[in-house]
Design a protein around this ligand. Structure first.
Ligand code: ZN
Ligand code: ZN
Length: 366
């Protein structure tokens, strides 16, 4: 992993808003190799992002979160997965409802980008007019599990009405330049928004890099990782000595103390292998969650270099720890660097380990 070279500015940038696209749950053991005791369930929001290129008068969305009509429209294979995982599916409103409520006409959305075909990202494109095109990653249209959709194609994991009447654009990265090791397409042609091929989680996975000012970016990771502990800390973004996140105190008064980083050494799954807890991610992704674990690990390693840059704010699709840090749509997060969201949010995921930390503290006092 090395320092990242970010693309030079062509004086254009985009506005970025984060939209809460519903909430679901997944057992942590489905996602990472050695869950920290007490961190048994990922209770995860599903983020969608509105990207506005004002100079070109264009609006696109990166992901749509969950769909309200999932019981009626999702293929039986998906319904079975939801039932088998005993997953919560909590969707108050489709992304389209939220856009309309904020006065944004759906006809003004030029395209929806699917980071990949999973139900917690695809939302309900059928609610958009046919003028909204759908952008998918390489291999989407040639893979029988993704295209055409269900019920036209009984093997598909995607509802077919997403495609009706609209242009489906499958990206081709074969001649693409590279940003931070990912093949990259300059989507608007003005350096304001890049779509990146980030293989591993699925055959069709893509991430994005949104320029929010001349030198600042938001990296939209999608499902490159499902928990920040899969990509933090690293040698380039090491754990601070004192972590200013709410953690339990000895007397069980919740959320008051500042945690000395050394407490985290004991609970780090890499401790047995002699890994440095200050520079080694807490979690490793597992093969259950990825069609290719080596590709997924390579994608995570590339993302770590972005994440370590003070010029880049990384947001994966399901980062619960940012829920109470970021202002949500219709507000924007374009000024993330001035607002300090990155430093406010970077270590808040450690709150997920509070049960394991409380155990240590209880042992210390006995
Ligand atoms: Zn996924
Ligand atoms: Zn996901």
């Amino acid at each position: 992993m090395s320092n990242i070279f970010l693309p030079l500015s062509k004086e254009q940038s985009v506005e970025v808003s984060i939209i809460h696209g519903g909430r679901t749950t997944v057992p942590t053991k489905y996602v990472v190799q050695t869950p920290i005791p007490g961190h048994d369930l990922l209770d995860i929001p599903c983020y969608s992002f509105l990207i506005e290129n004002k100079s070109q008068n264009k609006r696109i969305l990166y992901d749509l979160g969950l769909m309200k009509a999932w019981k009626e429209k999702q293929p039986p294979a998906i319904l079975n997965q939801i039932e088998a995982a005993n997953a919560v599916m909590d969707i108050k409103s489709d992304v389209t409802d939220q856009l309309v409520d904020a006065g944004i006409q759906l006809g003004s959305i030029n395209a929806v980008i699917w980071s990949h075909h999973h139900v917690d990202h695809t939302g309900d494109p059928s609610l958009f007019p046919p003028s909204t095109s759908l952008i998918v990653g390489p291999g989407f249209k040639t893979n029988n599990t993704t295209f055409p959709g269900y019920p036209k194609n009984p093997d598909s994991l995607v509802a077919d009405d997403a495609f009706h009447g609209r242009e489906i654009i499958e990206l081709d990265f074969s001649t693409a330049a590279s940003i931070g090791g990912y093949p990259a397409i300059d989507y608007f042609g003005d350096g304001s928004f890049y779509i990146l091929q980030s293989k591993g989680h699925t055959h069709d996975h893509i991430s994005a890099l949104a320029r929010t000012s001349n030198s600042k970016f938001i990296f939209l990771g999608g499902d490159v990782a499902h928990h920040p502990g899969e990509y933090r800390p690293t040698e380039l973004l090491s754990l601070p000595n004192d972590i200013e996140v709410p953690l339990p105190t000895n007397d069980n008064t919740p959320f008051l103390s500042v945690c000395p980083a050394s407490v985290l050494e004991t609970i780090h799954p890499g401790k047995k292998e002699g890994k440095d807890y200050r520079t080694t991610p807490f979690y490793q992704s597992n093969s259950l969650m990825n069609v290719s674990l080596p590709d997924a690990e390579a994608s995570i390693e590339k993302m770590q270099a972005f994440d370590a840059s003070t010029d880049v704010f990384t947001i994966i699709a399901h980062d619960t720890s940012l829920l109470d840090v970021l202002p949500f749509f219709p507000k924007t997060i374009t000024d993330w660097d001035k607002a300090g969201y990155k430093s406010l949010g970077a270590w808040r995921f450690l709150k997920d380990f509070e049960k394991a930390i409380a155990e240590i503290k209880t042992e210390d006092t006995q």
